[in-house]
Design a protein around this ligand. Structure first.
Ligand code: ADP
Ligand code: MG
Length: 323
């Protein structure tokens, strides 16, 4: 069982950033309005994620760490229709299989909280403890029991940078949640949770970009697009500043990227990439989702139409304002 879990863990947990991703998604699914992520040693030595979500009942705790146990029954088709990010029930068991986990959690309905410890898949204890509502999840010494995998990790600085990138993306995709990131005891990011996308762009990308944005707002039968595109003065030489979220998920789509870039190029008449931060809301019947353990592929049913709408939205945003 523990070997199977360690192998399964390899699909979910590749590096500290994957642990942070899974735990933040759980915190979001739990309805949290504030999430704090703290890492030390690039997350290899220490990751702590604190949320103010619904918590886990004491009697459900060991169960939550069983493989394939999920309280969120989902099919692939459900994935983009419901707000829940988790669906496979593999994260907690995988993380617990390859690190030393301590979890403190309390539901609002119970008087006391619980503290659960599990290391390398072995339960170390479950006790009652005083705690605020919500969940604190600590993962220590990632891959302590799988040295071969640990060797594949990059330096603490690089692993920490991956965590920072990820937390920034999640902050940008959830402007309604206050997200804080602390790296080696220093605050690196803190968003207000007041829905202000521009504030988060300022926090993540700085003043120059935040000062050169044009709003994109489109709504029609198949897609709602809302967010910002950068003015040509902040055009980029590569795609790294192209961000878009589809139904709240950070997903790459060749079609969306091409539509954004073609719209931009037709206006710019030169080969550069825009800064974008767009939230796309698409009716589920226009999406095909193909879920694979390690990635999610997405295809639009009426791709041509989707392409046109996005491309036009970009052109309209650019031409509608003085540049
Ligand atoms: P999944 O997210 O796919 O359901 P996980 O292994 O990530 O699977 O989590 C297992 C279960 O543990 C979840 O379905 C949820 O019920 C519970 N859980 C995990 N993290 C949290 C959290 N931060 N707050 C509340 N419940 C949680
Ligand atoms: Mg999950």
């Amino acid at each position: 069982q523990s070997t199977i879990n360690q192998i399964a863990a390899g699909e979910v947990v590749e590096r500290p950033a994957s642990v942070v991703k899974e735990l933040m998604e759980n915190a979001i699914d739990a309805g949290s309005t504030a999430i704090t992520v703290e890492i030390r040693q690039g997350g290899i030595g220490f990751i702590r994620i604190t949320d103010n979500g619904c918590g886990i009942k004491k009697e459900e705790l060991p169960l939550a760490f069983l493989r394939h146990s999920t309280s969120k029954i989902r099919t692939a088709e459900d994935l983009l229709t419901v707000s829940s990010l988790g669906f496979r029930g593999e994260a907690l068991s995988s993380i617990a299989a390859v690190s030393q986990v301590e979890l403190i959690t309390k539901t609002s309905g119970s008087l006391t909280g619980s503290r659960y410890r599990i290391e390398g898949g072995e339960e170390k204890g479950l006790e009652e403890i005083g705690a605020p509502d919500g969940t604190t999840f600590i993962s220590r010494n990632l891959f302590f029991n799988t040295p071969a995998r640990r060797k594949f990790l990059k330096t603490e600085t690089t692993e920490g940078a991956h965590v920072t990138d990820l937390v920034e993306k999640i902050a940008l995709s959830h402007p309604e949640i206050s997200i804080r990131l602390i790296v080696n005891n220093q605050s690196r990011l803190h968003t207000s949770g007041n829905h202000n996308l521009k504030d988060i762009i300022y926090t993540v990308y700085g003043r120059e970009i935040a000062a050169n944005l044009l709003p994109v707002e489109v709504s029609n039968g198949i897609v709602k697009i809302s967010g910002f595109i950068g003015k040509p003065v902040i055009a980029r030489g590569n795609r790294n500043f192209e961000n878009y979220f589809i139904n709240g998920r950070y997903i790459k789509s060749g079609l969306v990227s091409k539509a954004i870039e073609d719209g931009y190029k037709s206006y710019m008449m030169q080969h550069k990439y825009p800064f974008t931060l767009l939230h796309l809301t698409v009716e589920p019947e226009f999406i095909d989702v193909n879920v694979h353990p390690s990635k999610m592929e997405l295809r639009f049913k009426d791709g041509e139409n989707m392409y046109r709408v996005i491309c036009q939205a970009v052109v309209d945003a650019l031409s509608g304002k003085e540049l």
